[in-house]
Structures are given as C-alpha cells and as structure tokens.
Design a protein. Sequence first.
Length: 280
Amino acid sequence: MTEPAPRPGYPTALGASDLKTITLLGHDLAEDIMGSVGFGELAFWLATQRRPTAGETRVFEAVLAALADHGFTPTAIVTRLTYLSAPDSVQGALAAGLLGGGSRFLGVTEDTGRFLHDVLESLDGALPTDEAAWDELALRTVRERREAGQFVPGLGHHVHKEGDPRTPRLMRIAHEEGVFGPHLALFAAIGRMHPAVLRRTLPLNGAGVCGAALADLGLPLPLLRGFALLARTAGLIGQLAEELRHPVAQDIFLSVDRNNLPVPPTPHAAGPLEEERREE
Ligand SMILES: CC(C)(COP(=O)(O)OP(=O)(O)OC[C@H]1O[C@@H](n2cnc3c(N)ncnc32)[C@H](O)[C@@H]1OP(=O)(O)O)[C@@H](O)C(=O)NCCC(=O)NCCSC(=O)C[C@@](O)(CC(=O)O)C(=O)O
C-alpha cells in the first residue's frame, strides 16, 4: 500500500482564519487589533513581526505623513491623468502613480537607506563616535560618489532649494524618541560636508531623510520603497478625491495638447546623452 503524500505546510504568522475567527500576528484581529492598534503601528508590526514601541511608531508615522503628498508631483499628475482616461479604474490610477516611485522621486527613500547602510557596512572598525569622525566619513563618501560620476541619493530638491522642512523635523522627532541612529548621523554629516566636494549647497530632502530614519528603525531595506508607496497611496487617494470635486486633469491634458509645438523629425543617432541614460 502506498503512503499518503505528506500534507503541504505553508508557514505564516500573518493572517489566518477559520469559520468564526481571524488571527493576525498571533492576535485576535477583531477583538485585539481593530479599534486598538493604529494603521501605522500595524504596518510596522506586519513588516517586522514585532510590535513597535510608542517612539518607533511616532517616527514611522512621521515618515508616512512626510511622504503622503507633495502636491503636483509626477506621481500625482499621472494618477489624475490616468483617472481622466480610465475613470472606471481607481486601482489603475493609483497603480500608475505608484509606478513612478523611482530613483529620481519618491523611491529615493529606499535608495538612500541602502546607500547609507552600504557605507556603514563597509567600515572596518567601529562606527564614528563624534561629529568630526562622522564628517570625515561623509566627506569620503561624497567624494567617492562624485568620482564614480553618481548623484548622492537624498540630496537635492526641485523646490526646497534652501532646505526641506521635513528633514530637520524628522531628525528632531527621531532624537526625541531615542532612535536617531547611525544612518541619520551619516546623512546629517553628508548635509554638512557635501558642499566641500560638490562646490554647491544642496538640501537633504524629505525622501532621503525618511529612508535614513526607516533604516535606523531596523525596517527591512528591500522594503523601504514599499513604505514610501504606502504613504503615497494615501496621498494619491486624496488627489483623486480632489479631482472628483475640482477636476484639473482635463486642463493639464488640454494644456499640453493645445500647446504642442510641431517640429521636424530629428533622425535618431545614439549620442552621449543616450549613453548617459543607459548608465543611469
Ligand atoms: C531631486 C533632483 C531631481 C532635483 O533636481 P534639480 O534639477 O532641480 O536640481 P538642481 O538644484 O537644479 O541641481 C543643481 C546642481 O546640483 C547637481 N545635483 C543635484 N542633485 C545632486 C545630487 N543628489 N548629487 C550630486 N549633484 C547633484 C545638479 O546636477 C546640478 O548641477 P549642474 O548641472 O552642474 O548645475 C536632484 O537633486 C536629484 O536627482 N537628486 C538625487 C535623487 C533624490 O534625492 N531625489 C529625491 C527628490 S525629493 C523626493 O523624491 C520627494 C518628492 O519630491 C517626491 C515626489 O513627491 O514625487 C517629494 O517632495 O515628496
């Protein structure tokens, strides 16, 4: 007689349900979590499978607030335009906006967290212990980045040329909650030292400081973009809610369409710009 095949097992500590109950992270969802645990706290808990402290929750939720919306950014414009074209697909409009979270805007949250983490990981000895040592490390880091012909993630902003208000505020909150760690320390030092290398003063931007703070909170680096997208999803829902009440997408569309400037075709030839783009 043949043995019955072993029953497959798919381990999960997340949601599970039977006829009458739903458990999440080992707790009764309806009784222990709904009405007791805030959404930000739950998002942290789901990603780490440990309940955050009140201080960690405050920093995490400050990050979500910082990244929720920044006006007519590419993500917001794309969401509104996609909704104009496909009002039957809210999910399509949200997804279209979220797809724009990349290395120039929004996705920089993860790029910065990973970048800072890689620098810290590459250190032979212990972490710097005073500001002068952090500054020395930052100087070296920016110099290497420049020599490699790469931008420093988290540096620069299309609007906040004189400083992004989110950056000092998040650093202050992290200090207050005792979670200002090495990623934020290195990021702050880059803010102090980059002018000596780049010969210009650029702001430490909101997306970057959020990445540094999330890395200091110990959240998984490969998921940092996910938290930026979680925050932006709320913002994009706000953009769509406003679009329903005070539409602008049609004007954006017509403004571009009515102002198109016909020019003669330019035959394609691979040039330095194209090479540069390939490298990005
Ligand atoms: C952000 C921006 C595209 C700005 O461009 P801009 O062209 O306006 O920069 P400019 O000030 O004109 O640059 C002056 C000179 O500095 C040089 N330069 C600039 N940045 C430099 C740098 N990092 N390393 C070395 N050099 C640099 C540049 O090459 C130029 O050199 P040169 O040509 O010789 O004069 C640019 O910085 C950049 O790519 N940064 C790195 C990626 C980054 O951190 N992105 C996050 C942006 S925030 C965000 O994502 C949140 C969000 O925005 C998103 C949303 O909602 O979607 C929101 O707020 O929520």
